[in-house]
Design a binder for this molecule. Structure first.
Ligand code: HMG
Length: 471
């Protein structure tokens, strides 16, 4: 009997694009009357990338994709699918990847991508992860005719001026090359796990430029959703034999690095703490952990209650905050944090929330800074915790491949972002309020795609967007 061998599929390379304008946390804190230490340590932000007037998620996506193609000497005929995952849509019908194809064809020739396919995907910040898996399965199913897929995650995170979300803004794109026998990371098979629920933690109704957010609810929902998806990942990983647990072990002991959705740096730290508490509380090590914390883990009055009832249980929430802070000070937490997560958070602190692209910028950060530390990454497993409001979580993992150094050694975040220009608060607010015409950009574009025409003079051209590559 013949059994098909499933091809090994994963991320072969990735390229990033970050706009050149940024807002400094000290200027921001002063203008809003916030203690800068809250932003630096409480949120974990120092610089937020801000899009210029002539930039949108489509041109950032095209810029990241062009870098990926040029660096890998790829031609359109090597690519069979171009997907864009975003929550910064430009049109209700016309998909963002069609704009991207239009831009790329300015370089590679009209019609050069005609043989390919793809769609725009939406589910807040998690859709890029679904897009990766759908494309990995397209290759596994051998529908790809030897071609690679490109998944681009691109977003502008913009919140209302004066809101508590305002210090979790950012902008940027990551383009990921998905192919068979990848040089960078192969996806672990049969373990990707998801959760889905109808929620209103963060959403942006049609026509509204900024989201409506229930901040504390969204934080807790993120933690619970990722934890539930992680439970299902654990079940699959054990059942499939991917991970074998010995007595007293936690599945987190078998994951070498964690990359999670990063609306802000501190959220990554909190997500790790939540996951470790969940995974460790039934293990023998827990008594040593609680001894170091100096208190027992508190229990909510209604352990099977809703998120609302847990948030309303103020006594529990206060005690739980105290326990979490204590837990995050323990040597147990810090060992895992320093060795398995810290490097993935560095980019977030200087770029901000990138919605769909945040976790993948975190992956990029992890690879570059672990390599610079001299860590041998070959054969190491990265566990991903992806979250999208509304809400859905996806947990999956991948193994770093023997050829990874070829890709990682050329990673340089400073060089990739390029020289940046700091915005004054006045300039930032004018940009935020869309008070500058799109033709009046703060920076003159150089070697990149930008928006050059918006809408036509006649009704049938309304909503037209034209982009040019500016050299
Ligand atoms: P906030 O009002 O700034 O929260 O809102 P806070 O007052 O609790 O302060 C945050 C932290 O700063 C706290 O630390 C304070 O103690 C600390 P923690 O208790 O968490 O450890 N702090 C200080 N630290 C040092 N020195 C000081 C100081 N003062 C206070 N002087 C919140 C924060 C994230 C809720 C808000 O920014 C927000 O609503 N952001 C937008 C929503 C969001 O990012 N939610 C995250 C989960 S949902 C998600 O990730 C999905 C998303 O990306 C969208 C999508 O899926 O598309 C958003």
């Amino acid at each position: 009997m013949w059994f098909p061998v499933m091809p090994i599929v994963g991320i072969d390379d990735l390229a990033i694009y970050v706009p050149k304008l940024y807002l400094d946390y000290k200027d921001f804190a002063e203008a809003r009357g916030i203690n800068p230490q809250k932003l630096e340590y409480g949120i974990g932000i120092k610089k937020m990338a801000i899009a210029d007037t002539n930039q949108d998620s489509a041109c950032m996506a095209a810029n990241a994709c062009l870098k990926l193609m040029q660096r890998n000497h790829l031609h359109p005929e090597d690519i069979g699918r171009v997907y864009v995952a975003t929550e910064s849509s430009l049109d209700e019908s016309k998909a963002m990847n069609s704009f991207v194809i239009g831009m790329l064809e300015q370089i590679y020739g009209e019609g050069s991508f005609e043989h390919a396919g793809g769609i725009e995907c939406k589910f807040a910040c998690v859709s890029g992860s679904y897009a990766l898996y759908d494309n990995a399965n397209w290759i596994r199913a051998e529908e790809n005719n030897g071609k690679a897929a490109v998944v681009i995650v691109s977003d502008i995170a913009k919140y209302d001026i004066g809101s508590s979300g305002e210090y979790t803004q950012g902008a940027g794109a990551v383009a990921l090359l998905i192919r068979e026998n990848p040089r960078l990371m192969a996806f672990d098979q049969k373990v990707a796990s998801t959760t889905i629920k109808n929620e209103y933690d963060f959403y942006r109704p049609f026509g509204k430029e900024t989201p409506l957010v229930n901040g504390s609810y969204s934080n807790l929902l993120y933690l619970i959703s990722v934890r539930k998806a992680f439970d299902s990942y654990k079940e699959k990983a054990i059942k499939s034999g991917l991970i074998k647990l010995k007595d007293g072990e936690s599945i987190t002991d078998h994951i070498d690095f964690f990359a999670v959705h990063l609306p802000y740096r501190k959220m990554g730290e909190k997500a790790l703490a939540y996951l470790l508490r969940h995974e460790w509380r039934h293990l023998p090590r827990w008594k040593y952990v609680t001894k170091e914390v100096g208190m027992q883990e508190p229990q909510p009055k209604d352990a099977r209650g809703t998120i609302e009832s847990i948030l309303a249980d103020t006594e529990f929430m206060k005690a739980d905050e105290q326990f979490r802070r204590g837990f995050m000070q323990t040597s147990f937490y810090n060992e895992v944090y320093e060795n398995k997560m810290a490097t993935s958070l560095e980019a977030s602190a200087i770029i901000g929330n990138l919605y769909t692209a945040s976790m993948y910028m975190g992956l990029r950060s992890l690879l570059e800074f672990e390599f610079k530390k001299g860590t041998d990454l070959e054969g190491k497993r990265i566990g991903f915790g992806s979250y999208g409001s509304g809400s859905s979580a996806m947990v999956f993992s991948g193994l770093i491949q023997p050829q990874y150094k070829e890709i990682v050694k050329r990673m340089d975040l400073d060089e990739d972002i390029g020289p940046r220009q700091k915005l004054s608060m006045e300039e930032y607010e004018r940009l935020h309020r869309n008070q500058r015409a799109f033709t009046d950009s703060v920076i003159r574009a150089h070697n990149e795609f930008v928006l050059v025409k918006l809408g036509g003079t006649t009704a049938d051209k309304a909503g037209f967007r034209e982009y040019n590559y500016v050299s």
